[in-house]
Design a protein around this ligand. Structure first.
Ligand SMILES: Cc1ncc(COP(=O)(O)O)c(C=O)c1O
Length: 964
């Protein structure tokens, strides 16, 4: 007390208080942990772990830490520079009302946003049900049989459709048709993709699609200018010639309009943003993708499917996993890994809350307001383009265009300048009759909305009668039950209770970095100044965003040592793609476009080869040695063998084996010596921050998973952000954006094709990383890295005697994660890494990463945010499980009836009157005394994946199935 009363003010200010909240162990605990490791100090431990040759000599050039309230206030000041107008720009982004019950209980709720991708399905039944609702909603709206959940954005979904069309079309042509009515950002992304797939893009009017020799086509419904066209004839003509057709569509319009499936499309895709997800200056939002059932194996992205658990109970899980990059690598359908689960959940819940009738009313109201606007304009002599529209009116404004846009802006509206002589107004559910009256007055039209309404109603609106849909949508009970706020609240809570997220216990997923997602980091994302901006809003309205993005870019440059940051890729895998595209453009600029070989170590994440394939690169696999390191001799030999054609090496550092390879510089030099570029997969950047950096080790370009190292939550499987850092020579080759250029007009990458729909990807989650870095400060970030390494070594040391640690560095240390070898246990007892993962659920824990990068192992990454109490509970659980395995080894428990093979145990099973196992109920459910304190009951028993894949069913099940 006395000490505090006499301490200098600077100490009482506690400027680094956030650091103490972010880090698990306090200084005293760090000392105890170091003693347990036999390391004299944290510095000494780091010296034993990170090779001296690559250590940074200077502290990170970043400011000191800012207290939470100060950082929030600073960001508020920046946010205030954004100007929030009503946005009637359209082009795929619309104002929407996030139902507040969803805003607070999903988007702002750590129970939903801190979960991981639902690979451990038994403790993710809530999210999986929400995603199944999303799929059912998409199936109903698109009229196709099968939907995924979900993709990154509409433009990349269109690119996935193009790639899928090539996979399934029998046509010989290498050309893909794009309707000139497509959204401009979609065309931009398609152009980039087509170039590296080697496809030719043919642009033209939708009606001419089948007149070209193409393997597939993309049409837009309604088109970018809002016109609702009957696409059935071009779709039929495409089908007749064996081309695969995709229709990009607006889900709100589909509530009223005939579905693409009914019109004859093979694929339907689009964005569910306007189903309650804020525009957020471009994202994150969930794209949807639906197709016909027989294309299921060619479909990209996650598919949620129905299966059954060990007790025969209906249970959900991700279906057909073997299609994707984890298994199929360069042969995968796509590189999609992290996508947009949280936002897909929100969109699905929007449909659940409003139900079919509510949605029809919302859509009809939007349409009515648009029809009233058009009628008012016409009466005033303004020429309105087209007579068949849903929500968008394009007015020929001639010489008045600039003046009208300015007047609208002054009145609080951003409209779209379609050309120098036309203005577009895309109405949405936030628009009111007053807005329409104001706009009409601006155009010099009469604004008697009631009179116009009567006229429009009498005429029957502007939707073509033959295109109105008559089939039932959203008939499943889930969309017809939860319409009161109480019902909805309880439904959300029921689902949330089935999921294990970071708000319950540690999620030690190696390579995933499930660190704290602090509340102060999350607060700004729902501020209207960040949430309600259109990505194509006038530059003068987004100055706050640009300042925040530039500030974050500067922070990231300081951390990585790179010269430039491209903020466009909206996931790590998209970052890989964007980085490889930059490499290809660089080689081409030097007349070396023939460099198309990409070296990828055997241990790489599946997204690496999948991304390389998307860039038209040929993957050459490099071996790893017995210690899990890249086999330097093999690498050198392959770099030399392919010297003429060597484009790049993709390397993860520290390696996916959780070790800082000593010879990383030599590895990079060998690639450079043969004219190749080094792409560093940044999934493990959290082990480098402040100690070394991608630029220091020799990388030319690297992505940063902001949803790992920089505290963006995983959202139950997304959102994420994967910006790339580039050295100066690659910077001119980063993506730009056709609609909203991302930098100065004189820069070299101007007009260079985009990789994502929005210029700055999922911009509205960037404040999370901004806040994290601002509150941690340079020294704090370094400390976080050190503590992450300490926590991992603590786990390795404590668990090593029970489960062999597969790889360590030269001084016996692991980096920020460690791989535990389960193969000897399997050989001796038949117990697998899956059994251990499921048994951990009974102890209240999510499993570590399974079988990556080495089959038959688990990879544990505790992160810096877990305190010794939680670490010890996890260690205790793992040791207790080892004890259970020992009992099986000794024959005390049968090999086929033991707590591991039967895990996880459900409440239903444990409370049943019958119990026939060789171990007690208590052992099943409360295997250690502290488990009861915080018991988590898995929603279902062990799920039968094979049954689900053999009996594929990917829509909402009848309610009776749950009762069985
Ligand atoms: C090593 C590695 N590379 C790439 C990725 C892909 O990143 P994202 O999921 O953000 O697309 C991951 C994701 O877990 C990863 O662990």
């Amino acid at each position: 007390m006395q000490e505090l009363l006499t301490a200098p003010l600077a100490r009482l200010e506690q400027r680094d208080a956030f650091l103490e909240r972010h880090l698990g162990p306090n200084p005293a605990e760090i000392a105890t942990m170091l003693a347990a490791l036999g390391a004299p100090s944290l510095d000494a431990l780091i010296d034993q772990t990170v090779p001296a040759a690559i250590r940074l000599k200077e502290p990170l050039p970043l400011p000191g830490p800012r207290p939470e309230q100060e950082a929030l206030a600073a960001l508020r000041t920046i946010a205030a520079r954004n100007v929030v107008k009503k946005s009637f720009i359209g082009l795929g982004y619309h104002g929407t009302h996030t139902p507040t019950v969803i805003l607070r209980n999903v988007l702002e709720n750590p129970g939903w946003y801190t979960a991981y991708t639902p690979y451990q399905a038994e403790i993710a039944q809530g999210r999986l049900e929400a995603l199944l609702n999303f799929q059912q909603m998409v199936i109903d709206l698109t009229g196709l049989e099968l939907a995924n959940a979900s993709l990154l954005d509409e433009a990349t979904a269109a690119a996935e459709a193009m790639a899928m069309a090539r996979r399934v079309s029998k046509a010989k042509s290498n050309a893909f048709f794009v309707d000139e009515g497509c959204l401009p950002q979609t065309l931009d992304v398609l152009r980039t993709r087509a170039q590296y797939f080697g496809f030719e893009l043919v642009l033209g009017p939708a009606v001419e699609a089948a007149g070209h020799d193409v393997f597939g086509a993309l049409l837009q419904y309604p088109d970018a200018n809002g016109e609702v066209r009957d696409l059935s004839a071009p779709l039929a003509a495409l089908k007749a010639k064996g081309a695969i057709s995709a229709v990009a569509c607006d889900p709100m319009a589909l509530v009223l309009l005939k579905s693409p499936g009914e019109l004859g499309a093979d694929i339907a895709l689009g964005s569910t943003q306007r189903f309650g997800v804020p525009m957020g200056f471009g994202g994150p939002h969930a794209a949807f993708f639906a197709t016909r059932e027989h294309y299921v194996r060619a479909m990209p992205g996650r598919i949620i499917g129905v299966s059954k658990d060990r007790h025969g109970k209906t249970a959900l899980r991700m279906a057909l996993q073997t299609r994707e990059q984890h298994i199929r690598r360069e042969k995968a359908n796509s590189n999609i890994c992290t996508s947009q689960v949280l936002l897909a959940n929100m969109a699905g819940f929007y449909a659940v809350y409003h139900g079919p009738q509510g949605l029809k009313t919302i859509a009809a109201r939007i349409h009515r307001l648009a029809a009233i606007l058009a009628e008012g304009l016409r009466r005033a002599g303004v020429h309105v383009r087209g007579s068949r529209f849903f929500d968008t009116v394009v007015a020929e404004t001639g010489a008045r265009t600039a003046q009208l846009l300015a007047a609208a802006e002054a009145a609080g509206y951003n409209l779209r300048q379609v050309s120098n002589e036309a203005v577009g107004v895309a109405l949405d559910e936030t628009a009111t009759a007053e807005d329409v009256a104001t706009l009409l007055a601006l155009f010099g039209a009469g604004s008697d909305v009631a009179a116009l309404d009567a006229a429009v109603t009498a005429a029957g609106g502007a939707l073509p009668a033959e295109l109105l849909r008559h089939d039932a949508i959203l008939a499943h009970p889930v969309f017809n039950t939860h319409h009161t706020e109480h019902e909805m609240l309880r439904y959300l809570k029921k689902l949330q209770n089935r999921d294990l997220a970071l708000d319950h216990s540690m999620i030690s997923l190696g390579s995933c970095t499930m660190k704290l997602n602090a509340t102060s980091e999350m607060i700004p994302i729902t501020w209207p100044e960040f949430a309600n901006l259109h990505p194509f809003a006038p530059r003068a309205h987004v100055l706050g965003y640009l300042e925040m993005i530039e500030g974050l870019s500067d922070y990231l440059k300081a951390v990585t040592g790179f010269d430039a940051i491209c903020m466009q890729p909206n996931s790590g895998a998209q970052g890989e793609y964007a980085g490889l595209v930059a490499i290809r453009r660089y080689h081409a600029s030097r007349g070396e476009g023939h460099r198309t070989v990409c070296l990828i170590p055997k241990s790489a994440h599946g997204t690496n080869p999948a991304s390389a394939q998307m860039c038209g690169l040929e993957v050459v696999v490099v071996d790893c040695d017995d210690n899990g390191n890249v086999d330097l001799e093999d690498l050198k030999a392959k770099a030399a063998r392919h010297a003429e054609r060597l484009a790049a090496l993709m390397v993860t550092y520290p390696s996916t084996h959780g070790v800082f390879e000593e010879n990383i510089r030599e590895i990079c030099a060998a690639v450079h010596a043969h004219g190749g570029q080094v792409y560093m997969d940044g999934a493990n950047l959290n082990a480098q921050v402040g100690l070394t950096s991608p630029a220091t080790i020799g990388a030319d370009v690297s992505h940063m998973n902001l949803h790992k190292t920089f505290a963006i939550p995983h959202g139950g499987g997304g959102p994420g952000m994967g910006p790339i850092g580039l050295k100066a020579h690659l910077a001119p080759f980063m993506s730009d954006h056709a609609v909203a250029p991302t930098g100065a007009p004189d820069r070299r990458n101007k007009g260079q094709g985009a990789v994502s729909a929005a210029p700055f990807g999922s911009a509205s989650i960037l404040p999370i990383s901004w806040m994290y870095i601002a509150m941690m400060g340079g020294e704090g970030l370094k400390r976080a890295t050190e503590v992450a390494i300490l926590n991992a070594n603590y786990i390795a040391a404590k668990l090593g005697p029970h489960y062999p640690v597969l790889y360590t560095g030269s001084q016996g240390r692991v980096a920020h994660e460690c791989i535990l070898d389960i193969r000897p246990i399997k050989a001796a007892t038949g117990i697998t890494e899956v059994d251990i993962a499921k048994r951990l659920m009974d102890y209240g824990f999510h499993a570590p990463t399974m079988s990556f990068p080495v089959p038959g192992t688990i990879m544990v990454e505790p992160t810096e945010s877990e305190d010794p109490g939680e670490l010890d509970r996890f260690i205790g659980a793992m040791i207790a499980i080892r004890g259970e395995i020992a009992r099986i080894e000794r024959g005390e428990l049968p090999a086929d009836d033991n707590p591991l093979k039967n895990a996880p145990h459900t409440q239903f099973e444990v409370a049943a009157s019958e119990w026939k196992h060789a171990y007690s109920r208590e052992e099943a459910a409360y295997p250690l005394p502290w488990v009861a304190e915080n018991k988590f009951w898995p929603g279902v028993g062990r799920i039968d994946d094979v049954y689900g894949d053999r009996n594929l069913f990917c829509a909402c099940v009848p309610v009776s199935a749950y009762a069985d």
